[in-house]
Design a protein around this ligand. Structure first.
Ligand SMILES: NC(=O)c1ccc[n+]([C@@H]2O[C@H](COP(=O)([O-])OP(=O)(O)OC[C@H]3O[C@@H](n4cnc5c(N)ncnc54)[C@H](O)[C@@H]3O)[C@@H](O)[C@H]2O)c1
Length: 317
C-alpha cells in the first residue's frame, strides 16, 4: 500500500511512519516544511531515522505550495493519506495566529483540493479535542457541542466542516480528534518534555492555573496502534472519532509525579490562561466499536518511558 503522511517530521506523523515501515509491504511518502515551531534538530533526527528505511521517501513541501503538491500526486500513486501537517500548540495562537491560518486553513484547502483529482481511497486528517472548547458534560463524545476557545480549535472545527462540503464518493474522509498525545519523540512545547527541559536547565517552570487543569493524556504507542487498525476498516463517506484514553489526569498530580522522579520543583503557580480549556475528557466508545481497542497502556509507566527517552535525547531539544 502507498501511504502519504503529511507532517512526517512531526511527533505523530513520525511515530506512525516508523511503525508502518516495520511492515515491508508499505511504501511511505512523507512531506513536511520543517518549520521552526520547535527544535529542527529533533525533526531532522526523526527524519534521519525514517530515511534508513528504503521504503520511505521524504519531500520538503509546504502545504501552501500547490505546484509541489500537484507534482507529488502526479508522480506517486497514493492510496491513503494521513494528514498531520498543521500548526499545533494552543499557546502559540496568541503570538502567531497567522501561522494557523496559513497551514491549517489555506494548507488544508490546498491538500484537499489537490488530492481530490487522484482517487485517494481514505483521507485521515488530524482534528483535535480543542474543537470542543469548555464543556460542562464529560466525557465528551463525537456528537457533543463544538465550541472552540481559540483559533487553533476553530481551524480544526473548520477542517471538519470543510470536509462535509468537500467529501465525495471516491474518498472516505476520517477525522481524528486527538487528545493530548505524549510519549517518546514527543513535542518539546507540550507539558512533559517542557517540564523535563526546564528541569535540565534549572529554569523556573510557570504552572498555568496552579495545575488545576485536567487532560486526557493519550500515549503515542496507543495512538499509532489505533491508526493502523483503522487503515483497513470500512467507513461511511465522512466520519469522526475521538482518539483518547478516557482517563483524564489532574495536571497538579502529574507535576508531583515528575517532581518525585526528577527532584525538580522550581515551579511558580500562575493564574488561569483563558485561551486554554479547563478539562479534556473524551469518550472513546465509537472507536472501540470500530476497532475493538480498549487496552490503553499505563500512564505512569509511559511517563517513565518518556523520562528515559529524554535522558538519552535531550540534546535534540
Ligand atoms: N500532539 C497532540 O497532542 C495533538 C493533539 C490534538 C491534535 N493534534 C494534531 O495532530 C497533528 C500532528 O500533531 P503533532 O503533535 O505531531 O505536531 P507536530 O508539530 O510535531 O507535527 C506537525 C508537523 O507538520 C509540519 N508542518 C506544519 N505546517 C506545515 C506546512 N504548512 N506545510 C508542511 N508541513 C507543515 C511541522 O513542521 C511538523 O513537523 C496536527 O495536526 C495537530 O494539530 C495533535
Amino acid at each position: 500500500m502507498n501511504i502519504l503522511i503529511t507532517g512526517c517530521a512531526g511527533f505523530i506523523g513520525y511515530s506512525l511512519a516508523k511503525k508502518l515501515l516495520k511492515n515491508n509491504k508499505n511504501n511511505i511518502f512523507g512531506f513536511d516544511n520543517l518549520n521552526k515551531f520547535y527544535s529542527i534538530k529533533l525533526k531532522k533526527k526523526r527524519l534521519s531515522n525514517l530515511n534508513k528505511n528504503k521504503n520511505f521517501k521524504f519531500f520538503k513541501i509546504d502545504l501552501a505550495d500547490k505546484k509541489k503538491l500537484s507534482y507529488l500526486f502526479k508522480h506517486k500513486k497514493i492510496d491513503i493519506i494521513f494528514h498531520f501537517a498543521a500548526q499545533a500548540g494552543v499557546r502559540y495562537v496568541s503570538t502567531h495566529p497567522e501561522k494557523f491560518i496559513h497551514s491549517n486553513i489555506l494548507g488544508f484547502h490546498n491538500l484537499l483540493s489537490t488530492s481530490k483529482e487522484f482517487n485517494i481511497k481514505k483521507f485521515f486528517y488530524a482534528s483535535s479535542s480543542s474543537v470542543y472548547g469548555d464543556s460542562n458534560k464529560f466525557p465528551v463524545d463525537e456528537k457533543s457541542k463544538l465550541n472552540p476557545k481559540n483559533i487553533y480549535g476553530l481551524s480544526k472545527k473548520l477542517n471538519e466542516e470543510y470536509i462535509k462540503i468537500y467529501s465525495n464518493e471516491k474518498t472516505k474522509y476520517i477525522g481524528l480528534r486527538f487528545f493530548t498525545v505524549y510519549g517518546e519523540w514527543g513535542r518539546p512545547d507540550m507539558l512533559i518534555l517542557k517540564y523535563l527541559d526546564y528541569a535540565k536547565k534549572n529554569k523556573t517552570f510557570y504552572l498555568n492555573n496552579s495545575g488545576n487543569h485536567w487532560r486526557d493524556f493519550t500515549y503515542i504507542d496507543d495512538v499509532t496502534k489505533i491508526l493502523i487498525k483503522l487503515i483497513n476498516k470500512r467507513f461511511k463517506e465522512n466520519e469522526i472519532f475521538n482518539i483518547c484514553s478516557n482517563r483524564p489526569i489532574l495536571i497538579k498530580n502529574l507535576i508531583l509525579y515528575l517532581n518525585e522522579k526528577t527532584g525538580f520543583n522550581k515551579i511558580k503557580n500562575i493564574n488561569v490562561n483563558n485561551i486554554e480549556v479547563f478539562k479534556t475528557h473524551g469518550k472513546n466508545l465509537k472507536l472501540k466499536k470500530k476497532i475493538n481497542y480498549s487496552n490503553y497502556s499505563d500512564f505512569h509507566k509511559n511517563v517513565d518511558k518518556t523520562i528515559n527517552w529524554f535522558k538519552k535525547y535531550n540534546h535534540l531539544i
